[in-house]
Design a protein around this ligand. Structure first.
Ligand SMILES: Nc1nc2c(ncn2[C@@H]2O[C@H](COP(=O)(O)OP(=O)(O)O)[C@@H](O)[C@H]2O)c(=O)[nH]1
Ligand SMILES: [Mg+2]
Length: 455
């Protein structure tokens, strides 16, 4: 496997100004020479320099495109192997032909993620860094991209390494007490308990950060809730900045629900518009309402819209009370019209949450609303703390946490050092699996199969 020289198009499918074909493996340069003719330097290809030339089909003795090539000799390349990048015009026809010529010259088509897999197998990066490569490529927001870039450079790996050292340190202290029982614990049990607690807290914080991570990758769902005709669809469109939902003066226009992505200050949201949550006037509307209620109950946050140009109804007040237990922003919409709603009466039902006057139609206070959305709904990843984006990482951290908590409990209850040590030891395989020191093949396969072919 590792002996093969692999080839793939590294730029996205479709037309582009430029496109890149990448080769990696022992014979990368030899193969590249067969399909690329440098213009100058009598055919010399110096390492790490741009070489202008033509992609060349030897059999037909014809050039198919102008291109430039860069050769990265091992081990200072992405994969730690000899690697070559050929940049030509971003034409799918040309790029596929370059790959075909490369295969004819002795390369093999790369599997998804195989370049990064090689970087991992050759020990240049660990699994956390490999995951970060793909996270960076598929990042949903700049905020996420920055965190992934940090992890690509090894920030999370160092953090996990530090945790691992701490666990081993505690373990060796407990083991010392087993070997030299007559001396008692060289370091007091309180001290060991304290170190254990610190490790447990650090792992706990990482596990919790998965929520923040998930909201960065998938986006928080925000349901726009309110009675019919209060302006939900108008607000939906205004926030998305496009006429996505149908708006009409007739109640019951939106019967199904709509879901669209939007970004505020780098955070991703899934905005949901739905049927008005009041008495249905039509059987289809009834189903729409049922779905709406269900969506709203599962949403990460609620934008509750009230029509301030009309007196509040029982249905309005019921909705306000209904979403008290959820993260909610209350909106008095249509503030461009004469206010008829009793704002104080509404606010009295929930004073802890933000209330905002807006006009979805004119755009009044939409900037303020966006700020409030970011402030109220986006979970704060503590500054400088790492964020994890993968369920795999969360599971392994949880797997490490359980025996550590158990160890602490046993210590508190006065069990023997042997039993405490045994528990602590059980946390180590999960920690090693995180960075890929221990690597079950199925896990590796599932990680790299998510990559695109050229990475
Ligand atoms: N004056 C005014 N009219 C609005 C505002 N927002 C919505 N409307 C109007 O209210 C009606 C119902 O709007 P729509 O968005 O379809 O409400 P939905 O049933 O809650 O989705 C439409 O005629 C809108 O133009 C607003 O802020 N000010
Ligand atoms: Mg609507």
């Amino acid at each position: 496997m590792l002996e093969d020289t692999i080839i793939a198009i590294s730029t996205p499918a479709g037309y582009g100004g430029l496109g890149i074909v990448r080769l990696s493996g022992e014979r990368a340069l030899g193969i590249a020479r067969k399909i690329f003719k440098p213009k100058k330097n009598r055919g010399r290809i110096p390492p790490r320099s741009l070489v202008l030339g033509e992609v060349y089909d030897r059999e037909k003795d014809e050039s198919i495109d102008e291109a430039y090539l860069v050769f990265f000799p091992k081990p200072r390349s992405y994969t730690c192997e000899n690697a070559v990048e050929i940049t030509c015009h971003g034409s799918p026809v040309i790029l596929e032909e370059v790959v075909r010529l490369g295969i004819r010259a002795g390369a093999r088509p790369a599997h998804p993620g195989e370049f990064t897999l090689r970087a991992y197998l050759r020990g240049r990066i660990d699994i956390l860094q490999a995951e970060a490569v793909n996270d960076l490529i598929t990042a949903a927001s700049l905020e996420q991209a920055k965190i992934s870039f940090g992890q690509l450079k090894g920030k999370l790996s160092r953090k996990i390494g530090e945790l691992r050292r701490k666990i081993i340190n505690v373990l060796s202290q407990v083991e010392a007490a087993i070997e030299f029982p007559e001396d008692g614990l060289p370091i007091g049990p309180e001290h060991i308990g304290q170190s254990l607690k610190e490790v447990i807290a650090a792992i706990g914080r990482l596990i919790e950060s998965y929520e923040a991570g998930r909201t960065m990758t998938e986006g928080l769902s925000l349901a726009i809730v309110g009675k019919a005709n209060v302006g939900k669809s108008t607000l939906f469109n205004a926030l998305l900045d496009e006429e996505r939902a149908i708006v009409s003066p007739y109640p019951g226009t939106t019967r199904d629900y709509l879901r669209e992505r939007m970004t505020i200050k780098g955070s991703v949201f899934q905005l949901v518009d739905m049927a008005g949550l009041d008495k249905p006037s039509h059987p289809i509307e009834e189903e729409g309402i049922r779905r709406g209620l269900d969506l709203a109950s599962r949403a990460d946050g609620i934008l509750l819209v009230l029509d301030s140009s009309r007196p509040e109804t029982q249905a309005d007040l019921r909705l306000i009370r209904n979403y008290r237990h959820k993260k909610t922003i209350f909106l008095f919409n249509k503030c461009d019209l004469t206010g008829k709603i009793d704002k104080e009466k509404c606010k009295a039902l929930d004073r802890k949450k933000p209330w905002l006057d807006i006009s979805a139609l004119n755009g009044t206070n939409l900037g303020k609303l966006k700020e409030a959305i970011h402030r109220v709904f986006v979970p704060k990843a503590a500054a400088g703390e790492e964020v994890i984006f993968h369920q795999r990482q969360k599971f392994l951290l949880e797997k490490a946490l359980i025996p550590l908590e158990q160890a602490l409990k046993l210590m508190d209850q006065g069990y023997t050092e042997e039993m405490v040590a045994e528990e602590i030891r059980q946390a180590l395989p999960a920690i090693s699996s995180l960075t890929g020191e221990i690597r079950p093949d199925d896990v590796i396969n599932s990680i790299f199969s998510r990559f695109c072919v050229g990475k």
